[in-house]
Ligand binder design. Structure first.
Ligand code: HAM
Length: 433
């Protein structure tokens, strides 16, 4: 039987790659303009990193991580390794490991790449998926929360997301959250037997997680639950003021948001502001982006106390929302070899053109000129150059335009050929995508 890709892990085929490039280029442009610099942590980390940050009561850590024993038995090597299920933990680990707080007060990072979660595959949910994420470290005030959401709005709008809205909540700090958690636990306790087995355990470990349960009956109960919002708004450490300032800032910048006191996010490291960017066009997996503040994580990883906020967006979900088609481009030029005696000089010419950035195609089949022309057309080439002994001897040939433009006589010189091609298609990108 033919082998297939692992369930939930998708190939990105060449025809689709142009869309990925476009999202990645837009991320570099928009996040770069806001001062974010790329960071590339490894895909494999020690398991404990995620247990301590994402949290060992979360679905991600309890059910979804690809964890395995390390092969190496060298002393000091971690025993268990995990394919990263998300990017924040690795970025914070790198920040602490390289003592980056010493270099400046504020740091802005972005990352792009695959994440791995053993979830049940469905529309918009995969086991290998890709995130673009941003993390801003060292900024305690609400200004960066507002700036981040406004940046996301700019990015997602430019990426073609329709029906965009943000959901906003605050989880406060451990102190003010405690009162809310106690009320939450008291609310669920009489319904303990009706909760799913996971939620019965969650009730003892972290009652907030019950609000995040995907089981319909538990969700129905959660809808009537008290939230931590009222105790956070009364926080003596300023959590309420922070939240009010974020709301006012979003209003001032006209970033549309809905408050959702049931939004708790599926990771344990959050404090204060949490948010998701959703699209009404995505159906049940409506979140295209999720994020929030994690003011204590750097310290928990052994670094200096450093407030932080970040988000990650799912590239596959974003692409599902884009309606326009990025048409695949073909080569700028196909060289057709009419006589074998001309092949080696034709190859020298093609080599030179490619070295100078012209996307150039050369048929190696040895088939008839007609068949090579057909192939050039099918490949989507704009121009064709037919080379035989006569053309080589004369040092000139005719550039035929396959897309309805006028043909041109050219000298068989790289500069001249390039100049004709580019002047006829101004703005044409030069390199193969
Ligand atoms: P998250 O909400 O777990 O947050 O994931 C962020 C985004 O990744 C989701 O909104 C979704 O678009 C995408 N995503 C998650 N799981 C899947 C999946 N199985 N298949 C397809 N797409 C998926 C985080 O990962 C946090 N690290 C975000 C963050 C950064 N918070 C602070 N900084």
């Amino acid at each position: 039987m033919a082998l297939q890709a692992v369930k939930g892990m998708n190939d990105v085929l060449p025809d689709e790659v142009a869309r990925w490039h476009r999202v990645e280029a837009l991320a570099r442009e928009v996040f770069g303009a806001h001062g974010y610099r790329e960071i590339r942590p490894p895909l494999l980390e020690v398991t404990e990193l995620f247990e301590r940050s994402v949290g060992d009561t979360t679905d991600i850590v309890q059910k979804e991580m690809y964890t395995f024993e390390n092969r190496s038995a060298e002393r000091g090597d971690a025993k268990r390794l995990t394919l990263r299920p998300e990017g924040t933990a690795g970025v914070v680990r790198a920040y602490v490991e390289h003592k980056m707080w010493g270099q400046s007060d504020e740091h802005r990072f972005y990352y792009l790449g695959p994440m791995f979660r053993h979830e049940r595959p469905q529309k918009g949910r995969f086991r290998q998926f890709h995130q673009v994420g941003c993390e801003a470290l060292g900024m305690p005030g609400p200004g960066i929360d507002v700036e981040m959401l406004s940046m996301l709005q700019q990015f997602l709008t430019a990426a073609g997301v329709g029906g965009l809205y943000f959901q906003l909540n605050t989880l406060g700090c451990p102190t003010c959250r405690a009162a809310g958690l106690a009320a939450l636990k008291a609310y669920f306790e009489p319904h303990r037997a009706a909760l799913c087995a996971d939620c019965q355990r969650r009730l003892d470990q972290n009652a907030l997680r019950v609000l995040d349960c995907k089981v319909e009956a538990d969700q129905a109960l959660a809808r009537g639950a008290p939230t931590v919002l009222s105790s956070v708004l009364a926080c003596t450490q300023g959590c309420g003021d922070h939240y009010r300032a974020v709301r006012a800032g979003l209003d001032a910048l006209k970033v549309p948001f809905q408050e959702n006191p049931l939004l708790v996010r599926g990771l344990d490291y959050y404090t204060r502001t949490v948010f998701e960017a959703c699209s009404s066009e995505l159906g049940s997996q409506s979140a295209v982006t999720g994020g929030g503040r994690y003011d204590r994580l750097v310290e928990e990883f052994g670094g200096q106390p450093t407030p932080a906020i970040g988000f990650a967006l799912g590239v596959e979900r974003l692409l599902m929302l884009q309606k326009d088609v990025v048409s695949a481009r073909g080569p700028e030029l196909s060289v057709v070899v009419a006589e074998e005696s001309a092949r080696s000089s034709a190859m020298v010419l093609v080599q030179g053109l490619r070295a100078r950035g012209t996307w150039c195609d050369l048929d190696h089949s040895g088939k008839s000129v007609k068949s090579q022309m057909r192939r050039a057309d099918k490949a989507g080439s704009t121009w064709v150059l037919v080379l035989g002994g006569l053309e080589m001897q004369a040092g000139k040939a005719t550039l035929k335009n396959l897309r309805g433009g006028a043909s041109k006589d050219v000298a068989l010189e790289i500069d001249h050929i390039q100049a004709v091609i580019r002047s006829a298609t101004p703005g044409a990108p030069s390199a193969n995508p």
